[in-house]
Design a protein around this ligand. Structure first.
Ligand SMILES: Cc1ncc(COP(=O)(O)O)c(C=O)c1O
Length: 428
């Protein structure tokens, strides 16, 4: 069948399609699979119990039916937006009004809007989204309606310790290279975007890095988009001591997915009224209106701050514990090999660097998949980077730690067996 240029772009094999296919197939499979790929949040029983009870009460009093039986405005469910205004103003000094918030069908939907609003053709000038720290979220890569409009600079890689142990590294933004970028200096950047904590690495941009990015965004008069899918105050999977700021040049994107509700498809954009109006207009054309089910379920949890309590006392500790276990298991497997872990600072992943691995991590992905262990190879995360001569981009993998102890143990055991074999062959 023949498709349009748009159709061809959106039906080709993308990294995000491979990832979501693997995830869906693994969840539906009756064969045991060590699912360390994908970004499905964990089932945390203490959290699910609260959702179960809230849903029960909302079904009983008719709130859910009232929500799903009616469209909202294109901006999103008014009751939940009012709750969010009160919630953010209670926790931060941002002075928001309802004109600062729009809902989307998941934050993936929000990035599709924002990237197409701020990059692409601007009357003959091709503007790009600047990703200041690559590797970045794989789901951004194919979001443009027409072509691909990202630019990024390679990160600074610094070896470091973690809780007194060697064998870790951290990425930081290379501000020297960033400030030199032609696209930035010549008006060809439409917005700056970063996930914080970062998917895939678990890095958290420091407050100092954020201040510098905010200053660059102001200097060049472009918005700074922060993807807060894993950040504070929900789901709060962040282990460093950092702050979250908002001003009229910042766009904050939140999601209900990583608090454990990925299929309610609810994203939240906090931004200036002009951006909220634009997003609402796009919602009308693409979705008519965003889904109200997540809004109905979430509203009482935001009104009572239960979402903050759950994030702090159940979600954060769960991921921190699984991350520590995965680090321990990796260290047991790879003592004395050139294997480095990105310092775990947040999100639900570990990013592992197999330095000088004799095959690419894409090939490693296939070997492991054949043996029933799923991971995500690094290449597609280097959005906006020329990876042909950048070996590091072919040497890393992302592991999800949103799994049981048993799956982490079996999966990391399998990775250890395969990777140690590869290093050994290489030294023969
Ligand atoms: C960094 C980041 N941003 C955005 C998303 C999109 O999430 P959703 O559309 O479920 O809100 C994800 C999902 O994995 C993510 O990891």
């Amino acid at each position: 069948m023949q498709f349009s240029t748009f159709g061809q772009k959106f039906t080709k094999n993308s990294g995000i399609l491979q990832l979501m296919d693997d995830l869906g197939n693994a969840l539906a499979s009756d064969k045991p699979i060590n699912m360390l790929g994908g970004g499905n949040p964990a089932i945390i029983s203490e959290v699910n119990d609260v959702y179960q009870k809230t849903l029960h009460d909302l079904v009983a009093d008719g709130t859910v039916l009232d929500g799903v039986a009616n469209y909202s405005t294109p901006q999103g469910d008014k009751g939940f937006i009012d709750s969010l205004v009160a919630f953010f103003n209670r926790h931060y000094d941002w002075g928001l009004t309802a004109d600062n918030i729009a809902l989307t069908n998941g934050s993936q939907n929000a990035f599709f809007y924002l990237f197409n609003l701020f990059s692409g053709d601007f009357g003959g000038v091709d503007k790009k989204i600047l990703l200041p720290l690559s590797p970045e979220y794989i789901g951004y890569a194919d979001a443009h309606v027409d072509g691909t409009h990202f630019v990024a600079v390679e990160p600074v890689i610094t070896e470091c310790t973690h809780e007194g142990q060697a064998g870790f590294f951290k990425y930081t933004v290379d501000f020297d290279k960033l400030n030199e970028l032609d696209e930035l200096r010549h008006g060809r950047i439409g917005a700056i975007c970063a996930s914080r904590p970062t998917n895939p690495t678990g890095n958290v941009l420091t407050d100092d890095e954020m201040d510098k990015l905010s200053a660059i965004a102001r200097t060049y008069d472009v918005p700074l988009i922060i993807d807060n899918a894993y950040g504070m105050p929900f789901p709060n999977i962040i282990y460093t001591n950092t702050t979250l700021n908002f001003d009229d040049n910042t766009v904050l994107c939140f999601s209900l997915s990583k608090v454990g509700l990925p299929s309610v498809r609810t994203g939240i954009i906090v931004a200036s009224p002009a951006i909220i109006k634009a997003v609402s207009a796009m919602n009308a054309i693409i979705n008519l209106a965003p889904t109200r089910f997540g809004a109905s379920l979430a509203k009482p949890l935001f009104d009572s701050d239960e979402i903050v309590r759950l994030s702090k006392h159940a979600i954060l500790p769960f991921y921190q514990r699984q991350s520590a276990l995965a680090v321990k298991l990796l260290k047991e497997q790879f003592a004395n090999l050139p294997v480095f872990i990105h310092k775990p600072e947040g999100a639900m992943f570990l990013w592992v660097w197999f330095k000088d691995l004799p095959i690419t991590s894409q090939e490693l992905y296939q070997l492991l998949k054949d043996k029933g262990t799923l991971i995500i190879p690094s290449l597609h995360f280097f959005v906006g980077i020329d990876t042909d001569h950048y070996r590091h981009a072919h040497e890393c993998i992302r592991l999800s730690v949103a799994q049981t102890d048993e799956v982490l143990t079996a999966g990391i055991g399998m990775i250890g067996e395969v990777v140690k074999g590869l290093y050994q062959q290489n030294s023969l």
